[in-house]
Design a protein around this ligand. Structure first.
Ligand code: SF4
Length: 199
């Protein structure tokens, strides 16, 4: 589909993708230095019914989906997202086997901010000191992991930068499937406005 969006949203998506690249680099450094890796084929976090995302975090994915899909396909994706229970696991998670937590993201390159910080992240504890948090699987797999001395990508740092890019409603945490659906509709509306301007 020919995708014409406003300069405002194009710049926003460029900025988000820049932050995503920085998180990837920080995660790679952390993994290498601490020898902490997500187990092969693990989709435990994606298969959760508790994943919240933001419209802003889903904009690169929405942009990608609109770019590669015709109207029929995008309407069908919107319908399916709409039909899901509010607390369903992410629509884009594909199970690999009968084991619930085995699987993969079908849109990995465009996954949301939250998805990039599932495994490990730096946050402040109640005393204001930085600690590294990990998902349950990593915690169980790495018993000797010293969370106090490892510096993982910081949730707060990236979230603050994120918040500065978007409006309150775009940065509000909502169930992930709703965030993706709203992001697609947001860009569709933007495209419509751009098309009207150019008439
Ligand atoms: S977008 Fe991908 S990584 Fe994020 S929850 Fe969905 S399946 Fe998992």
């Amino acid at each position: 589909m020919k995708l014409i969006i406003s300069d405002y949203n194009r710049k926003k998506i460029t900025e988000i993708l820049k932050i995503y690249r920085e998180i990837r680099k920080a995660s790679e450094v952390f993994e290498k230095e601490n020898h902490v890796f997500c187990p092969e084929g693990c989709g435990f976090c994606c298969n959760s019914t508790e994943v919240d995302g933001t419209i802003l975090g889903a904009l690169p994915l929405a942009h990608f989906l609109l770019k590669i899909s015709d109207n029929k396909t995008i309407n069908s994706i919107l319908e399916k997202l709409n039909d899901l229970d509010e607390r369903s696991p992410c629509f884009f998670f594909r199970k690999d086997s009968d084991i619930d937590w085995k699987g993969r993201c079908s849109v990995y390159k465009y996954r949301l901010l939250v998805c990039r910080l599932f495994g490990f992240y730096r946050r402040k504890d109640k005393h204001g000191k930085y600690i590294t948090g990990t998902c349950r699987i990593l915690k169980n797999n790495y018993h000797s992991f010293d969370s106090k001395n490892c510096i993982a990508p910081g949730i707060a740092d990236f979230s603050t930068r994120f918040t500065s890019i978007g409006s309150d409603s775009e940065t509000k945490l909502i169930p992930i499937n709703l965030a993706i659906k709203n992001a697609i509709e947001y860009l569709q509306f933007d495209m419509m406005k751009e098309a009207l301007k150019r008439q």
